[in-house]
Design a protein around this ligand. Structure first.
Ligand code: AMP
Length: 484
């Protein structure tokens, strides 16, 4: 998963991009980048790290121009930030800067089919090369040719992609895969200086920058904001929407609204659904404790519905990112507690309902149950906001291979035993649909039921499994060991 922004504005684009990227930092902490154009020249800056680490005041000043692209990067398998960081630029048949969020499943096949000489492992390079190839074949740079090139690109890409391209002299072009798997929303603002348009992964970027939301970009739609700020929309391809359910469950920021469904409100409903599942078990709880941060909203609604106190029984050290390196002499226990520490007074002697958004491998849950028991919890009942994850995601959520996913080979009862909890309550598929107020046919639930919206052939699954294995071995060799 990554975060993207495109701005066709009137002021200093780098300032807006900088503030906007902070708003979607949660979508990727591995790297950040900007491409900015002043109508004549383009400048690009990208690198590893958080937004605040990659950009300084002098870099933002160097990025001159009123239009640009921004990206925060979430690493995918086998990738290297210094080489794969976005934006990417191509100069054939004209200069095109591009960013994207998602994952292209068939990059290997496409790079052979189109005989691409790639310099990175980033799937954006494949999208950009193929789009520029189709655009060149059109023979001109008219609107029709641009939309035709987008359509031809969509026909060969298999996967999820929300793409923003900057074509200096023509405008900003953005499009979303036909199933609209990854989010994308656009808006506009009118000031004394004129009209501006912005597009981003999440509406919070537009809110923060003072843009009025126009709407979500539709699956298979392409929109061109021209130099004179006229907007041309074209439904290039059409398919059933299959929005990723995990955006609401875990990934998107709590204050975002995706496809008109607010993330916070949907997590509250999901919490209520979990409470309903618990009521069927007819057991008691003394306190409900979230695993911060995502599960806080689930736990809040559960506590309300069950009339059990909600307590912050686990505190997260907010200065530790996902890149925490465990120094050699640090024990796993110390490492876990550096990141998450229990408030003993809130759990000691109590029947604790511990709430998290998902179980992937099960290693975090096991450690959390141990932590609660060591803090004196009398019973630990685990609650999970999503249904069991049984199959890998090929559309941009970093998930391990099938055999590493604990729910792919263990029943709920077995998982409960393995993590050492007194009980384990997962969200039901029906509860998920009710919580998200959507029908299952309009969501991508591939990680829950293997119903992939696009074809993911066996050789592709194997390709990803092999890459993951390679990455695991590299990580083991480095042995810098992440925490939980
Ligand atoms: P695990 O220990 O593998 O079961 O991981 C579960 C924990 O990881 C939960 O606390 C989730 O909030 C978090 N999580 C779930 N999916 C992801 C993901 N794709 N990337 C990072 N963390 C995740």
């Amino acid at each position: 998963m990554c975060g993207i922004i495109g701005i066709m504005g009137t002021g200093k684009a780098s300032s807006e991009l900088y503030n906007g990227l902070f708003a979607i930092q949660h979508r990727g902490q591995n790297g950040a980048g900007m491409y900015v154009n002043d109508g004549k020249e383009s400048r690009i800056h990208k690198g590893p790290g958080l937004v605040g680490e990659v950009f300084s005041k002098s870099i933002l000043d160097y990025l001159e121009g009123n239009r640009g692209l921004g990206h925060v990067r979430y690493p995918t398998i086998g990738s290297d930030t210094s080489r794969d960081a976005q934006p990417f630029v191509i100069y054939e048949p004209m200069e095109i800067g591009m960013v994207h969020n998602g994952n292209i499943v068939n990059i290997d096949q496409l790079s052979k089919e189109f005989d691409l000489e790639l310099r990175s492992e980033c799937d954006l390079e494949v999208i950009l090369n193929i789009f520029s190839r189709f655009l060149k074949e059109e023979g001109d740079l008219s609107e029709d040719s641009l939309f035709s090139a987008v359509g031809n690109t969509m026909d060969v890409l298999n996967g999820s992609y929300s793409v923003v391209a900057m074509l200096p002299g023509i405008g900003m072009l953005f499009f979303r895969d036909p199933h609209a798997i990854r989010p994308m929303v656009y808006g506009g603002k009118i000031s004394l200086d004129g009209t501006s348009y912005a597009v981003a992964s999440e509406n919070i970027v537009l809110d923060i920058l003072g843009y009025e939301i126009i709407r979500d970009v539709r699956g298979g739609e392409a929109i061109l904001v021209k130099e004179d700020k006229t907007v041309v929309k074209r439904q290039v391809r059409a398919m059933k929407p299959k929005h990723c359910m995990f955006e609401w469950v875990y990934f998107a920021r709590t204050d975002s609204t995706i496809e008109k469904t607010n993330v916070y409100e949907s997590r509250l409903r999901l919490g209520k659904e979990l409470a309903k599942e618990w009521k069927k078990k007819k057991r008691g709880l003394d306190v409900i404790v979230p695993v911060p941060d995502t599960a806080r909203t689930y736990a809040l609604a559960m506590a309300e519905e069950l009339d059990v106190p909600f307590r912050e029984g686990l505190l997260r050290n907010r200065y530790i990112g996902r890149t925490f390196i465990m120094p050699d002499q640090t024990s796993r226990e110390t490492a876990v507690r550096t990141k998450l520490n229990p408030i003993i007074e809130e759990v000691k002697g109590k029947r604790v309902g511990l709430v998290d958004d998902s179980i992937v491998r099960g290693t975090t849950s096991k450690k959390l149950v141990e932590l609660m028991r060591r803090a004196g919890a009398r019973e630990v009942h685990f609650f999970i906001g999503s249904p069991p994850i049984i199959s890998p995601c090929y559309y941009g959520v970093d998930m391990p291979t099938k055999h590493e996913l604990i729910a792919s080979h263990s029943t709920v009862k077995e998982i409960c035993e393995q993590i050492g909890a007194d009980s384990l309550t997962y969200q039901s598929l029906e509860g998920l649909m009710d919580g998200l107020q959507r029908k299952i046919e309009n969501l991508c639930t591939a990680c829950l039921n293997e119903d992939y919206p696009t074809q993911v052939r066996e050789d592709i699954r194997q390709y990803y499994a092999d890459k993951r294995e390679e990455q695991r071995k590299d990580a083991l060799a480095e042995q810098s060991a992440s925490v939980i």
